[in-house]
Design a protein. Structure first.
Length: 94
């Protein structure tokens, strides 16, 4: 028998529980700035480009998203990955 794989969001929930209260180290604040510069709204991403509302919610909350979503956003916005996300080091790291 083949192995049964849980959907990607199952693992994301486990990580969320495990890291409850710990701030995400990947931030998507740059996405909203880039969208404004390109004059592309969340509504337009949903209606014209088929971006899922749930994925936009995850981005707003700096949650785990698939790289496929990031790839699509870079294509839609005609930008580089650093135009939509950034790594913020954990303050507790020595």
């Amino acid at each position: 028998m083949g192995s049964i794989h849980a959907p990607y969001y199952f693992n994301a929930r486990a990580v969320k529980i495990l890291w409850k209260g710990v701030e995400s180290m990947i931030k998507y604040d740059r996405l909203w700035v880039t969208m404004k510069e390109r004059e592309i709204s969340q509504y337009r991403l949903i209606k014209d480009y088929g971006v899922d509302k749930a994925q936009l919610h995850r981005l707003r909350k700096n949650m785990i998203v698939k790289t496929m979503i990031l790839n699509n956003l870079c294509r839609i916005l005609n930008c580089r990955i650093e135009d939509i996300m950034e790594y913020v080091p954990d303050e507790d790291t020595d």
